[in-house]
Design a protein around this ligand. Structure first.
Ligand SMILES: [Zn+2]
Ligand SMILES: [Zn+2]
Length: 269
């Protein structure tokens, strides 16, 4: 959505949405998800969610879209005319398409959809992604004990989202957390999650003034960064989605230093 404007209101809205997603996930029948973790495909970096048969409950999906709309309108009544016709655009076929395109992060599809129906560009993908996440989170829960590592460059092993947040646990163990599907996995302390670089000379850590629990790990091989948050002193551990949101100041610092949320392979001449 309006990612550059991280106002208190935006954080509040995100918290409400995270709470909705937690509630929605409980409405899903765990049997509606059947992962088929093909080892060769996983080794090639195919995310587990792409190897999972999902029996989508379309009426539930539509109901969730309505709930997000209501939440958005409660926060910002000006959105009402922009959101009021969404429901009428979504028949079963469109809803399935939304789910598929949200899963593959097909930005172009949603931009076209918005243009075609005269709605603001951010709306369709935001709604679809919001209502897709409970499925991704349920898949992550199901396969949590079956996948033990990530393929560098392939993003989250469950949903394919680029790696973003790591948490330091007991003894300084580094655990990557996916803010999208909430899957988590162990990673080497000195390893770039984007390109797999383990060279201590080209991996550096940027600390943040006045924030002793956060660091940014940057990689000069791929110019990627991840945020590392030491939650050992935290009394309650926030979910990865909230950690990501609360640490958005780290994204600004990393990007000011010329690093990117997604690593890039360097051209070799
Ligand atoms: Zn994920
Ligand atoms: Zn790297």
């Amino acid at each position: 959505m309006i990612k550059s404007v991280v106002s208190k209101e935006y954080q509040e809205l995100q918290k409400q949405i995270v709470a909705l997603q937690e509630k929605w996930k409980l409405q899903l029948d765990p049997e509606s998800i059947r992962p088929n973790l093909d080892q060769a495909a996983m080794e090639a970096g195919v995310p587990a969610a792409a190897l999972t048969a999902i029996n989508f409950d379309i009426s539930l999906f539509l109901q969730w879209i309505d709930e997000v709309n209501t939440t958005l309108i409660n926060k910002n009544p000006e959105l009402e005319p922009k959101l009021s016709n969404i429901h009428s655009l979504l028949n079963e076929e469109t809803a399935i398409r939304w789910i598929e395109e949200a899963f593959s992060l097909n930005h172009v599809f949603f931009i076209h959809f918005a243009q075609e129906h005269g709605i603001e560009e951010w709306i369709p993908q935001f709604l679809a992604e919001t209502a897709l996440r409970p499925y991704l989170q349920l898949i992550a829960e199901k396969v949590q004990s079956e996948i033990h590592r990530a393929i560098p460059g392939a993003g989250c092993p469950v949903c394919g989202e680029p790696v973003r947040v790591a948490v330091l646990e007991e003894e300084g163990k580094k655990v990557m957390h996916c803010p999208r599907c909430l899957y988590h996995w162990h990673a080497k302390r000195l390893e770039c999650g984007h390109c797999g670089n383990e060279n201590h000379e080209t991996i550096q850590f940027i600390s943040i003034e006045g924030d002793a629990t956060s660091q940014i790990q940057v990689c000069d091989e791929c110019s990627g960064y991840i945020k590392i948050i030491d939650t050992r002193q935290y009394i309650t551990k926030p979910s990865a989605a909230l950690l990501d949101l609360k640490s958005i100041h780290l994204d600004f610092v990393a990007q000011e230093h010329g690093y990117n949320a997604v690593g890039e392979k360097k051209e070799t001449n």
